[in-house]
Design a protein around this ligand. Structure first.
Ligand SMILES: Cc1cc2nc3c(=O)[nH]c(=O)nc-3n(C[C@H](O)[C@H](O)[C@H](O)COP(=O)(O)OP(=O)(O)OC[C@H]3O[C@@H](n4cnc5c(N)ncnc54)[C@H](O)[C@@H]3O)c2cc1C
Length: 633
């Protein structure tokens, strides 16, 4: 079949919003040429805010949208500044200027108001057209019905383990986690299981096999295209409860697991044939954004899968005897994920921007983006604004204020703050504060954020899943390695689509990793891939994969897809340390601790500062940063 005909069959011609054609007039830094990026600012601009647009309702390429990162990349490449570039002084002065409007930046503003007073003047700058950072909301309208999904941050994970401070924030915002026990329908999918999709490029034949994890392994694997010997090997590692490390102590076993990858554990410790590896390869994608070649066996042992799609094989007989804590269920999920927390934070800072009073009504509240940055408000959130410098006015130890320069609407501007919190990425901080000590800069650069694609596909119905008796699909060799029906949560006026004939949002996960390379190198390479991939390529892959997995159950991409949003998180999870590639540092030697040291009136927040990719880490780091700065008030 010709490419044109294939595209037609996939529905590439169908009318769905393809936002990168509209707003993706991304500035090609290279194309701008010498002398500097800044000197071109007045003619070529980062796409500005369109007052009529509701950002969560935009589809196509989202997450880090086209154009949002060009200024930052020019700064990184050393092509931003030239001697003649002088920011326009807005004359605005604040008690606190925050760079980054994610959970950490918003929490920093929340804590500052709480401790320094409600009248504190605060400005939050963010380079995106929406607030929340990773905690972003996706909206779809299908057949007159509103469908919500989390563009990034998914759930409040283990709220019991939140710090006292983070728990208090949730409480203040009106979030009662006990409500999710009712809001999240734990029965709806109870009879729907997990399937594995074996693709022909990796396994020789396209084949979807339901019953993964719920039928005995030999029976499940028998339906796969895997050779008999490999099927037997996989079943063996799952079913035999052998102590592959017998004869050494528990501590020695853990030390051994810490220094080998899970792939090596399977082949060298469990003595499985290396041909089993492609089946397990993507097990670690959701938590580590790389495959089993780059994650320690210890981390796999200690981090069970959130989605309940698979279990790691081989550990059962090792007699590690670690106490299993009773885990909280993975149900603390707003229909738009932790975007609701971001929206509740914005409501607490600028009440008129997100109307309502409760954790229930925030779900369907329509945010008024025109209220975010009003001169009459003590707190202002300025979107589409990339900070390019945070500099003390004078020597850092004696200065009374920080000047923060940023690019908005193609103009380089300046504000001043008595304090400044950088709640953006660690790797951005050295470019904003070139005068930081070299050791601190190196520590900040150690964090290489983990890239992800969170794709959401609005379907006209989910009959194919119902027919197959599945709710999720692992697809270890495919473009997206995991696919799942959205979380079944009804909250406030929002009703989850409980019937198979109703429209539904499908979540698909892609990690653009490059197996075989060291973990941080895989992230760097993956990021380049994400930035260079146009929406049409994502779309083609999504349509093709869904057809191949689901067409035998009556699915048709051309007919059944109503909209696609590809949330591109080129700078995704904070880098978390793992014994496989990272040294064992003392607690105060860890790069996140060295990197987050206070620098005069500038403090550093963000989940990177904790090397922990969780909402509570972002809140805790904001609290610490504000405690540092309160000494200046
Ligand atoms: C796909 C995904 C799923 C996740 N799921 C979960 C989950 O289920 N549960 C959980 O607890 N955690 C989850 N996390 C982690 C969690 O989202 C983060 O730990 C937390 O939201 C990070 O918040 P933050 O404010 O520290 O950073 P961010 O959300 O990254 O916000 C930083 C903001 O600063 C902006 N910025 C950067 N540079 C500049 C600049 N120069 N000028 C202006 N703005 C700038 C960025 O664009 C961004 O908007 C997930 C993360 C990702 C990526």
């Amino acid at each position: 079949m010709s490419k044109e005909n294939h595209d037609r069959k996939l529905g590439m011609h169908r009318r769905i919003t393809r936002r990168d054609f509209l707003n993706g007039v991304a500035i090609s830094v290279g194309a701008l040429g010498a002398p500097s990026f800044a000197s071109h600012l007045h003619s070529k601009a980062q796409p500005g805010a369109d007052p009529g647009v509701n950002p969560p309702g935009l589809t196509g390429l989202r997450g880090t949208a086209p154009g949002a990162f060009d200024v930052a990349h020019a700064l990184r490449d050393g092509t931003f500044w030239d001697d003649a570039t002088t920011p326009i002084d807005t004359g605005e002065t604040y008690d606190l200027v925050v760079v980054g409007g994610g959970i950490s930046g918003l929490s920093a503003a929340y804590f500052f108001r709480k401790y320094a007073g409600k009248d504190s003047r605060i400005l939050i700058l963010d380079n995106n057209d929406d607030f929340g950072g990773h905690a972003r909301r996706n909206e779809f309208h299908v057949a007159g019905r509103l469908l919500l999904s989390n563009g990034g941050t998914q759930s409040i994970e283990s709220p019991r383990e939140y710090s006292h401070v983070a728990k208090e924030v949730l409480e203040d915002l009106g979030v009662q986690t006990k409500i999710f026990y009712k809001a999240y329908d734990q029965n709806l999918y109870a009879r729907l299981g997990t399937a594995c999709f074996f693709d022909k490029e990796t396994f020789g034949e396209d084949c979807l096999v339901p019953g993964m994890g719920s039928t005995p392994w030999p029976d499940f694997l028998k339906k796969s295209p895997l050779p008999r010997k490999i099927r037997a090997e996989i079943a063996r590692v799952y079913d035999e409860k052998t102590d592959y490390l017998s004869g050494i102590s528990k501590e020695e076993k853990l030390a051994r697991l810490a220094k080998i990858s899970y792939a090596e554990f399977l082949t060298e410790i469990c003595k499985a044939d290396p041909a089993v590896l492609p089946f397990f390869q993507s097990y670690t994608h959701d938590l580590f954004a790389v495959g089993i070649d780059a994650v320690s066996a210890l981390a796999c042992y200690r981090n069970p899968d959130d989605y309940g799609a698979y279990q790691y094989a081989g550990f059962d007989g090792l007699n590690l005897g670690e106490e299993e804590e009773k885990e909280e269920p993975y149900i603390f999920h707003f229909p738009d994920g932790n975007a609701s927390i971001a929206r509740l934070l914005v409501r607490s800072l600028i009440p008129e921007a997100v109307p309502g009073h409760s954790m229930e009504d925030v779900v369907t509240a329509r945010a008024d983006y025109s209220k975010l940055d009003q001169s009459s408000s003590s707190v202002r959130i300025r979107l589409n604004s990339t900070a390019v410098r945070a500099q003390h006015s004078g020597a850092p130890e004696a200065a009374k204020q920080v000047e923060v320069s940023y690019v908005q609407d193609g103009k380089l501007k300046k504000v001043t703050g008595k304090s400044c919190v950088l709640a953006c990425y660690n790797s951005m901080v050295p470019y904003l504060c070139p005068e930081l000590p070299d050791k601190q800069k190196a520590a900040l650069h150690y964090c290489v954020k983990e890239p992800f694609i969170y794709t959401h596909v609005a379907l006209r119905n989910w009959m194919a899943f119902h027919k197959l008796g599945i709710r999720q699909i692992l697809s270890p060799g495919s473009y997206h390695s995991f696919t799942m029906l959205d979380f079944p949560v009804s909250l406030g006026a929002y009703q989850f689509p409980a019937k198979p004939e109703e429209p539904m949002v499908l979540f698909m996960l892609r990690t653009p990793c490059k197996p075989g390379l060291p973990r941080r190198e895989q992230y760097r390479m993956g990021r380049y891939e994400l930035i260079g991939t146009p929406f049409s390529e994502f779309e083609r892959n999504i349509r093709d994969q869904l057809n191949r997995m689901l067409a035998p159950a009556g699915f048709d991409s051309a007919r059944d897809i109503a909209a696609i949003t590809v949330n591109r998180w080129a700078h995704g999870y904070a880098y978390e340390y793992d014994s496989l590639f990272d040294p064992h540092w003392g607690p105060n030697e860890r790069p996140c601790v060295v990197g987050r040291e206070q620098f005069g009136r500038i403090s550093i927040a963000n989940s990177d500062a904790a090397a922990s990719a969780y909402t509570n880490a972002a809140i805790d780091q904001a609290y610490r940063a504000i405690q540092e700065q309160l000494k200046n008030v």
